[in-house]
Design a protein around this ligand. Structure first.
Ligand code: NAP
Length: 320
């Protein structure tokens, strides 16, 4: 089969398309024929060798894919050959024509969700679900700012929060992104490249501030976020690419909180709940992954470059 193989950590050019043996499922394992693989920002940090998780070399990147079960190992009962599935992590990597996964890493993909959309399910929707339902226990009627709403996690959070009955404010850095965020459910949108968007957000909340912020770029925004919080407001740090200065008094005066998490560290029980919540959302149409760009597998280097550039529009996926 063809697969992207990383033999040394480095820039996008270390992602090489190679011919490798197609894996076979052992007991408890599932072989998935991949129809689409999702590109997440963490894939690029891991490829650089700068991420908290450093895989042994060589490795094939990717946790998020969608496809059809090709074969199952002994003892597998939850899926059978021919089933449409999405993956939440794999054993051999998603940037490939086939991937081996544990039975617990494959999940049913509702018929109305395309494979390309299915490749944008696990990390984006798992993260948004964990942030809203589990980490912060967000509630209907609360005001939410999705700071960086035009990308994978942001779109998922906007859709979920809208379906929960929250008032949703979302930011993007391009007109196309702003239109997308509005279309996917935000009540109000703001351009995070404009100098006065913080003031506009305060004005929109009648000067009260927002109850909850999901922050995609904390190293740039955390200090400003604290000034946008309502009393008892909380900020959840989802993404950050460096250090930041904050004024602790901004939290004190608002009795606010800064929360964080990593999707890698969630428990088995939390993950089970997430997949159940995602399945029903995909099925009832409240969760609708948006695919902005599709590239052939060989163009993984380009996908890694573009996923870090401005102008996000949902997900970038690779088609093997
Ligand atoms: P993505 O699809 O690349 O989207 C990035 C988002 O950040 C876009 O909406 C982009 O908007 C926005 N952005 C760019 N500059 C910004 C600014 N100055 N202020 C606010 N937002 C800005 O990435 P993603 O998959 O949604 O992931 C977002 C971040 O969360 C990444 O850093 C990722 O590594 C992290 N993450 C963490 C976890 C976890 O477990 N904690 C899980 C998933 C993702 P424009 O392009 O429109 O400007």
């Amino acid at each position: 089969m063809k697969a992207i193989v990383v033999r040394e950590f480095g820039g996008p050019e270390v992602l090489k398309l190679e011919e490798v043996p197609t894996p076979r499922p052992a007991a408890g394992q599932v072989l998935v024929r991949i129809h689409a693989a999702g590109v997440n920002p963490y894939d690029t940090y891991m490829r650089n060798g700068t991420y908290a998780i450093k895989p042994p070399l060589p490795y094939t990147p990717g946790s998020d894919a969608a496809g059809v079960v090709e074969a199952v190992g002994e003892g597998v009962t939850q899926v059978k050959p021919g089933d449409r599935v999405y993956t939440a992590k794999t054993l051999t990597g998603a940037y490939a024509e086939y991937a081996l996964a544990l039975e617990s890493q494959v999940h049913p993909l509702p018929a109305k969700i395309t494979f390309a959309q299915g490749a944008g399910v696990w990390v984006p929707y798992g993260t948004a679900y964990y942030a809203l339902y589990q980490r912060t226990k967000a509630r209907a009627s609360e005001t939410l700012l999705v700071h960086g709403a035009s990308g994978g996690v942001g779109i998922a959070a906007v859709q979920m929060a809208r379906a929960m009955g929250m008032t949703v404010l979302g930011t993007a850095g391009t007109n196309k992104g702003l239109e997308l965020v509005k279309r996917e459910g935000a009540h109000y949108v703001f351009d995070h490249t404009k100098p006065d968007y913080g003031e506009q957000i305060m004005k929109t909340t009648g000067g009260l501030g927002v109850h909850l912020i999901l922050e995609m770029l904390a190293n740039v925004n955390l200090g400003h976020d604290l000034k946008l919080l309502a009393i008892h407001g909380r900020v959840v740090v989802i993404g950050s690419r460096g250090e930041v200065t904050i004024s602790p008094r901004d939290i004190m005066s608002r009795r606010g909180s800064i929360l964080g998490f990593s999707l890698w560290a969630i428990t088995e029980a939390e993950e089970k709940e997430i997949h159940a919540g995602i399945f029903v959302g995909l099925e009832n149409g409240t969760q609708r992954p948006v695919v902005g760009k599709e590239f052939p597998l060989a163009e993984a280097p380009r996908a890694h470059k573009e996923v870090l550039e401005r102008g996000a529009f949902g997900k970038i996926v690779l088609i093997p």
